[in-house]
Design a protein around this ligand. Structure first.
Ligand SMILES: Nc1ncnc2c1ncn2[C@@H]1O[C@H](COP(=O)(O)OP(=O)(O)OP(=O)(O)O)[C@@H](O)[C@H]1O
Length: 327
């Protein structure tokens, strides 16, 4: 668990606080997305967790320990860090890049090599093909995968990710987000992700912390933020298409009917969000989709009506929450 206790950061004696009396609990094994307008203090907040920035006042506790009591170098070995321009070492192979921290920790060479291969596999890069390559021989998306592998190398309990998918084109970004979510399910880390992309926060976050001018405006699950924005600022921030965004939280697996023999038509995996499924139906001009397992086996069928019914349900929930709020 990561706990921020009344954290304030001023960058100068007379500067206004960039982070202002922030209290935030991030439970173990969950992902929290820090979001808010440019300059609201997201990155500063994240960097105080691994002491790249020291708070002016307040306390940060990671796994029960006050971080100021831990040597910063030691602390950063326990906290994986992924940034947009991942800064792989250009003169080192992919395997050597991933091995940076294990090497610092003095692991045996055989163990380091095994770990690099295991992580390459985990992030979807064939070890035999990639371990001996150099960063310049990889695409942006592949480099980002290596960045994630490197951050996971010494199996740190905490991962900080600052706009990790920001530099990647939208299609590859969606895929990487999905894959990273799957990886997180398997490795169980406490993750803090900074993003300015609300859809990314909704998709990746178990919780969203929305900041404004260094202050916490709302801290809740994505669904609760969409259904019950705390005030007009949150409402404006999430925009008019709340119901459509809530649709992004449901997947084809949630609404599909069982498959019958000989299913035909466009296919989409059961993990596809209803929002993406709806746009696929519109693009294909068909009334239903064959839902498949991740291995591509047909497991069900979902019609436009199934999706629209779920959309009506989401709209209804948004309306009811709005009525409760004004009541
Ligand atoms: N080293 C610094 N010196 C002075 N001011 C700083 C420094 N770093 C950040 N700030 C200020 O602190 C505030 C918060 O910055 P921060 O980078 O945390 O915002 P952010 O929410 O991550 O923004 P963005 O989405 O644009 O990256 C901003 O007003 C910024 O100008």
């Amino acid at each position: 668990m990561i706990r921020l206790e009344h954290i304030t950061k001023r960058f100068g004696p007379v500067a206004p606080p960039s982070v202002d009396d922030l209290c935030l609990d991030m439970p173990e094994g969950t992902t929290t997305a820090l979001i808010g307008p440019s300059g609201c203090g997201k990155t500063t907040t994240m960097r105080m967790i691994n002491r790249m920035i020291e708070p002016t006042s307040g306390r940060i506790v990671v796994a029960g320990e006050d971080v100021t009591r831990i040597d910063p170098v030691e602390l950063r070995r326990r906290i994986g860090y992924v940034i947009q321009q991942i800064g792989l070492f250009p003169h080192m192979t992919i395997a050597a890049n991933i091995a940076t921290v294990p090497r610092l920790l003095g692991w045996a060479e055989a163990r380091i090599a095994d770990r690099a291969d295991e992580l390459l596999q985990l992030v979807g890069l064939e070890p035999a093909k990639f371990r001996a390559r150099y960063p310049r021989e990889l695409s942006g998306g592949q480099r980002q995968r290596v960045g994630v592998a490197r951050a996971l190398a010494a199996d740190p309990p905490v991962m900080l990710m600052d706009e990790p998918f920001g530099a990647i084109d939208p299609i590859a970004r969606g895929r990487l987000q999905d894959e990273f979510k799957e990886i997180l399910k398997r490795v169980r880390k406490t993750v803090v992700i900074v993003t300015h992309d609300l859809d990314e926060a909704i998709k990746m976050g178990d919780f969203i912390a929305l900041l404004r001018d260094g202050r916490l405006v709302q801290h809740d699950t994505p669904d609760a933020i969409l259904a019950r924005p705390a005030n007009e600022f949150v409402e404006a921030f999430i925009g008019p298409d709340r119901a459509l965004r809530r649709l992004g939280l449901l997947t084809l697996g949630d609404v599909m009917a069982p498959a019958t023999a000989g299913e035909e038509g466009p296919r989409a995996p059961s993990t596809t969000s209803l929002r993406d499924a709806l746009s696929l139906l519109l693009a294909e001009g068909t009334a239903s989709l064959v839902v498949t397992s991740t291995e591509g086996r047909p497991v069900g069928r979902a019609s436009r009506d199934d999706i629209l019914n779920a959309h009506a349900g989401a709209l209804d929930a948004v309306r009811r929450a709005g009525a409760e709020q004004t009541a």
